[in-house]
Design a protein around this ligand. Structure first.
Ligand code: JFB
Length: 235
């Protein structure tokens, strides 16, 4: 898979060299391009923003550098690529959408700043490839970079060959892309630590009782923290 990032803060993407995504790059499973949007400005001040038509607070990213960037990165209509636009008004990102993104050959992330990007940029990009505005959740970030990194990590860990143990993918919460339950609590050695003991059932060796305990824990946690998930399902 090929991943491209359009941003005025390319340094955010230094983090791609770390951990699992960094290993995927080093092994050639993915390759990445980080592009400073200002390289496609033409004025001496390398301006990327302007005041909003209609008035209001803040600044909007002007369309011209984005248009030049899209032309430079994307040739003709390309059904194998997606233009991912992190946005507080995007579709909510869920695991099912992550799985879908993992099937594409190329993702191009358009990382806005200020109050966002002139809406015509998405219309223009849509003449060449699928445009997908995505939100990480109902809270406000200052730009799209951190969201693009989060989406990248979620996608790359699903790519064949990236994770050593595929079972660890299939057993976790949300693995099927539907809702599901939250994960049960996990423990490792020592069995007693600072006066805190691992639940005895986990040391019992009774696989059936362990499974039942984990299920009960998952349901209880989901009811407490994510009642919205319970409402959708038949638990
Ligand atoms: C993403 C962004 C801004 C408009 C713009 C670009 N879950 C999320 N919250 N905020 C963002 C996001 C995602 N994905 C997000 C891209 C941009 C926020 N901003 C700042 C703040 C408020 N309204 C600019």
């Amino acid at each position: 898979m090929r991943l491209d990032y359009l941003t005025i803060f390319p340094d955010y993407f230094d983090a791609l060299q770390l951990s699992l995504v960094g290993k995927a790059i080093a092994s050639g499973l993915i390759d990445v391009g980080v592009h400073d949007l200002r390289q496609w400005t033409r004025d001496p001040h390398r301006t990327v923003d302007d005041t909003p038509f209609g008035g209001g607070a803040g600044m909007v990213m002007k369309p011209e550098p984005w248009g030049e960037a899209i032309d430079a990165l994307l040739a003709e209509p390309d059904p194998t690529s997606v233009f991912v636009v992190p946005s507080p008004s995007g579709f909510p990102l869920q695991q099912g959408l992550v799985q879908e993104l993992a099937t594409y050959r190329r993702l191009v992330f358009a990382c806005g700043r200020y109050e966002g990007i002139d809406a015509r940029v998405m219309d223009y990009a849509a003449t060449k490839l699928r445009v997908l505005p995505l939100s990480l959740g109902d809270y406000v970030l200052n730009g799209g970079e951190v969201a693009a990194l989060a989406i990248t990590e979620a996608v790359v860990r699903l790519l064949p060959g990236v994770i050593g143990n595929p079972q660890s993918l299939s057993e976790e919460s949300f693995s099927d892309g539907t809702s599901g339950l939250l994960e049960y609590p996990m423990f490792t050695k020592p069995a007693s630590w600072r006066g805190l003991d691992v639940p005895a059932v986990l040391l019992s060796g009774h696989h059936g009782r362990v499974e039942q305990w984990r299920r009960e824990q998952s349901v209880a946690l989901t009811k407490a923290r994510r009642p919205d998930l319970i409402a959708q399902e038949q638990y």
